[in-house]
Design a protein around this ligand. Structure first.
Ligand SMILES: *Cc1c(COP(=O)(O)O)cnc(C)c1O
Length: 391
């Protein structure tokens, strides 16, 4: 049998062919009018994709580079910050805050759950300069209530900047960046925008720019003020990731093309696509007898699946790869062996979901020995799809 490789990992995600062609053709120097035009076009498209009037900057780094920039550019050693953590990526904020000498107060939610807003409200102090959180915690498949946290900050009269890691939230979750007053919202190229790893992007509010004036932590490569100055001229401070930027432009064109050329509508369609595929996947897996790891606040970015007692998630990941060349993600850190994760963000369509669930029926039956009726998971997903997507 032929086995097509299919990535179902929550980063990197499947590549858009049009973006691959654009990357292959991006043979240009970056200090030229051609590149400046491309860069300015992509930065303008990114503002629409993020959904903000704020500046959006691009960095040649993985997503963590923009996370680091959001600490180094906004804080001074000794600053008090509040970090919300419910998984591996939340823990990364804690490590970053510590690396830059901040005193991080931490509000934790158990893996698989989101935060209790009352607990966040209780922990919030007037001294907190920044609140760091994820929109979706990719390691556990949980969606956090960014709007709820944003409201809570306003109602408390807090001066804290709201910094959101939306690396898997963008393109899978609706944000009102300016309405909710999200000061920094971070994205990464290998997630919903369908291109390889290597670019991070972030929106930066006027309040965040003002805070940078007084922030004393060291920064050099990730100096956001330097990037902003250069971006106005269509340039980046250092050699940009030219090919990735060309690919990103093609991907954003494709997303706009899904809605008749309107990128804002295309963004909404992309989010709805992830949400329907996530809901269909959840229904299919539950119909097969699996337990969802994050049932109360599931993210549309990726679904985390708990294993039946005594079974190791690594076996599912391995069997999907061996039998169908279908690549899913095991749990990270202490979740390894306990859960596996399947992504819906970016270039996935409904038929990909059907394929995944069809494969899962075989694995559940043959690898895990569950009582499976073929078609059981697929039928549950089809019902969700038929209900969500009317003719
Ligand atoms: C993928 C991801 C990151 C970024 O990781 P990099 O490996 O640096 O790209 C950060 N936060 C979340 C929630 C992610 O899913």
């Amino acid at each position: 049998m032929i086995h097509k490789t299919r990535l179902f990992t929550p980063g990197p995600t499947p590549l858009l062919p049009a973006a691959q062609f654009a990357m292959a053709a991006a043979d240009m120097h970056h200090r030229t009018p051609e590149f400046r035009a491309l860069y300015q076009k992509v930065l303008a498209q990114l503002k629409v994709f993020v959904g903000t009037q704020n500046d959006v900057l691009l960095l040649a780094s993985s997503g963590t580079g923009a996370m680091e920039a959001s600490v180094s550019n906004l804080t001074s050693p000794g600053d008090q910050v509040l970090v919300l953590t419910a998984g591996k990526f939340g823990e990364r904020w804690v490590e970053l805050a510590k690396a830059f000498g901040c005193a991080a107060e931490v509000v934790k939610a158990p893996y698989g759950e989101t935060f209790d807003l009352a607990a966040v409200r209780k922990a919030l102090k007037p001294e907190h300069r920044v609140l760091y959180m994820q929109a979706t915690e990719t390691s556990t498949g949980v969606r956090h209530d960014v709007e709820g946290i944003a409201k809570l900050l306003k109602e408390a009269g807090s001066e804290a900047l709201l910094v959101v890691d939306g690396i898997t939230g963008l393109g899978t979750t609706h944000f009102d960046v300016d309405g909710w007053e999200i000061d920094v919202l971070i994205g990464g190229s290998q997630k919903a925008v369908m291109i390889p790893p290597g670019l991070a992007y972030l929106s930066v509010s006027e309040k965040a720019w003002a805070a940078m004036e007084g922030a004393k932590n060291p920064r050099f490569y990730f100096d956001l003020r330097k990037e902003r100055k250069n971006a106005v001229k269509g340039e980046s401070a250092y050699t940009p990731a030219v090919a990735l930027i060309a690919g990103l432009g093609a991907a954003l064109d494709y997303i706009a093309g899904q809605a008749g050329g309107d990128l804002e509508k295309g963004r909404i369609a992309l989010i709805d696509n992830a949400q329907v595929n996530a809901a269909a996947t959840r229904a299919g897996l539950v119909a097969l007898g699996f337990t969802l790891f994050a049932p109360t606040a599931p993210a549309a970015a990726a679904t985390a699946v708990a294993m039946p007692e005594g079974m190791n998630s690594g076996e599912v990941v391995k069997a999907l790869k061996a039998r169908f060349a279908l690549v899913t993600a095991n749990g990270q850190g202490e979740m390894q062996g306990k859960i596996f994760r399947v992504a819906h963000l970016g270039f996935f369509d409904y038929l990909d979901t059907v394929a995944f669930l069809g494969a899962m029926e075989h694995i559940a039956k043959d690898t895990l020995g569950l009582p499976v009726e073929y078609g059981q998971a697929v039928a549950a997903a089809q019902k969700v799809f038929a209900e969500a997507v009317k003719l």
